[in-house]
Design a protein around this ligand. Structure first.
Ligand code: F6P
Length: 330
């Protein structure tokens, strides 16, 4: 069999470990031929590929980013958004001209949706969920998330000393437009006083009350962790106006996505990559591999496509956070 691997969408720590997991399993266990496709679906449009062998798959485990490159190319994008009707057909032709038996698509929600649409055209696909945002539906966790949470937690830890020295409110914005997983996990682990998630929204009066309540208790500073979708800059202004306390914002940004994956992410990536290859060897296509209840398994791409995994309002960390006095702004 011949398989092609691509990474698409925003990069994250662990993609290279996944490429290695897929590639080495394919070469060593199943005698498959493996090629990498450059820059996501853009590389298929251009038939821009490279062979992946033992040598090129070596030294990847701890490497951040993606050796294949990535892009946000969405071949099924509506014509109005700059798409063309030909793109799906070009990809279909490229897949056959390259002699592929399966396309391994490493990516987030958008990528899994594209993989599903390609499968409906008759292309064999297997999806592997990746994103620091942890919002891919159907998997308990995507690799990249653990690393991002560690980076964000360290940043929140570091804000404490400067916040307390200056008696300021420090607002820190974490990635995740619609899903506040990084904000929740790093906010809790970093001991934020207020955690605001895009899923829950917030009432600024409740936020300011929580901050002023801390002042009354002799804690003249606060840390507010906020999801990207809620706009830290605007929030800072509202807090400063509402509490009279000097407020600063930090937007952590792309540093959350860079660098070497954590041990957890390396192992998750390796397991998912291996399982994806096993599915291909068994001819079980058009599925996304996942982590479910601590076990690696898979589910049909048709179930995943178009869905987003948001933080549920009754998440254990939210319930326990409220019990220990953390404000969620409502
Ligand atoms: O990787 C996911 C993510 O980090 C989102 O949280 C963020 O909104 C987005 O990517 C931004 O990435 P880019 O600027 O590369 O599109």
């Amino acid at each position: 069999m011949k398989i092609g691997i691509l990474s698409s969408g925003g990069d994250c720590p662990g993609i290279n470990a996944t490429i290695r997991g897929v590639g080495k399993t394919a070469l060593t266990n199943f005698g498959m031929e493996v090629i990498g496709i450059r820059d996501g679906f853009q590389g298929l449009l251009n038939k821009d590929c490279l062979p992946l062998d033992e040598e090129s798959l070596s030294g990847l485990l701890s490497l951040g980013g993606t050796i294949l490159g990535t892009s946000r190319e969405k071949p099924f994008k509506k014509l109005l958004d700059g798409g063309t009707e030909e793109k799906p057909q070009i990809i279909f032709d490229a897949y056959h001209e390259l002699g592929l038996d399966c396309l391994v698509c490493i990516g987030g929600n958008g990528t899994q949706k594209t993989a599903y649409k390609l499968s409906k055209l008759g292309i064999n696909t297997v999806g592997i969920p990746k994103t620091i945002d942890n919002d891919v539906w159907g998997t308990d966790c995507s690799f990249g998330f653990d690393t991002a949470v560690a980076i964000a937690t360290e940043a929140i830890d570091r804000l404490h000393s400067t916040a307390s020295s200056h008696k300021r409110v420090m607002v820190i914005e974490l990635m995740g437009h619609k899903a506040g997983w990084i904000t929740l996990y790093s906010g809790m682990a970093g001991g934020a006083d207020v955690i605001l998630l895009p899923e829950l929204g917030f009432d600024i009066n409740r936020v300011n009350e929580a901050i002023l309540e801390r002042v009354k208790k002799g804690k003249p500073y606060s840390i507010v962790a906020v999801g990207e979708g809620l706009n830290a800059k605007h929030l800072s202004q509202l807090i400063e106006e509402g509490t009279g306390i000097e407020t600063r914002e930090t937007i952590l940004g792309y540093v959350q996505r860079g660098g070497s994956p954590s041990a957890f992410d390396r192992n998750l990536a390796t397991l998912l990559g291996g399982h994806a290859t096993e599915l291909i060897a068994k001819g079980k296509f058009n599925r996304m591999v996942c982590l479910k209840d601590n076990k690696i398994s898979s589910l049909p791409l048709s179930e995943v496509s178009g869905k987003l995994k948001l933080v549920p309002p009754d998440h254990d960390l939210i319930i326990q956070g409220k019990r220990i006095g953390i404000s969620f702004g409502n």
